[in-house]
Design a protein around this ligand. Structure first.
Ligand code: G6P
Ligand code: MG
Length: 211
């Protein structure tokens, strides 16, 4: 009795983590330190300002709020330069097909992402039309694991939370879905996303009968 599917963007529909990593790393390097890809894992699903604060912590650097604002803007400029070069070839395997199969079955679809760059990415991937509602970082005030982004998605679709399933690659995202009273399907490692109702390696593994 699932009536709506809500999809996270980064790590579910497209793998932008590498671009976030490159841009954050460039920023860290400009401040005189570096961080690993493993540390970068901790930034998945985490908001822009919070990510910056974690990175500054790794470098043992303290910055004022105004300086943080400026650094976050610098990172975003570099990040946007990279995502502007994205093409539809970067959609993760099976993602377009699964979202389309939901639509064909009469299931509503929404995007629920923390990213303020969601629209740019969806446009570059040419999949804006696959979503009945788009809730991104510009429309929410509380970051995951707060359920706000998904509750707003459900509301925009006119579907009650218990009939929604969320697709998420981040622990905080799975927690947000559960906190909102929704079903959560994790994309990634079952040992990491153990709070999800089901975990698959990617949307290529998803079929409607698994909902
Ligand atoms: C997603 C990504 C995070 C990113 C956040 C904000 O949750 O997984 O790595 O920090 O969005 O993205 P933005 O494009 O607004 O900086
Ligand atoms: Mg994600």
């Amino acid at each position: 009795n699932i009536k709506a599917c809500i999809f996270d963007l980064d790590g579910v529909i497209v793998d932008t983590a590498i671009y976030h990593y490159k841009a954050w790393r460039r920023l860290a390097n400009s401040l005189g330190f570096d961080f690993t890809e493993q540390q970068n894992e901790q930034l998945k699903g985490v908001s822009r300002v919070r990510s910056l604060q974690l990175i500054l912590g790794w470098g043992g650097i303290t910055k004022t709020e105004a300086e943080q604002e400026q650094l976050a803007t610098q990172k975003n400029t570099w990040y946007v330069e990279m995502i502007n070069q994205m093409t539809p070839a970067e959609i993760l395997p099976g993602a377009r097909e699964f979202v389309q199969s939901c639509r064909d079955a009469g299931i509503k679809t929404a995007l629920g992402s923390a990213s303020k760059n969601s629209m740019t990415i969806l446009e570059k991937l040419q999949i804006v039309h696959l979503f009945d509602a788009i809730i991104d970082g510009n429309k929410v005030t509380k970051a995951k694991p707060d359920p706000e982004v998904f509750l707003k998605g459900a509301e925009a679709l006119g579907i009650e939370p218990q009939y929604c399933v969320v697709f998420e690659d981040a622990i905080a995202g799975v927690e947000a879905a559960k906190a909102g009273g929704m079903k959560a399907i994790g994309i990634g490692d079952p040992k990491v996303l153990y709070e999800a109702d089901l975990v698959v390696s990617g949307l290529k593994e998803m079929t409607l009968d698994k909902l």
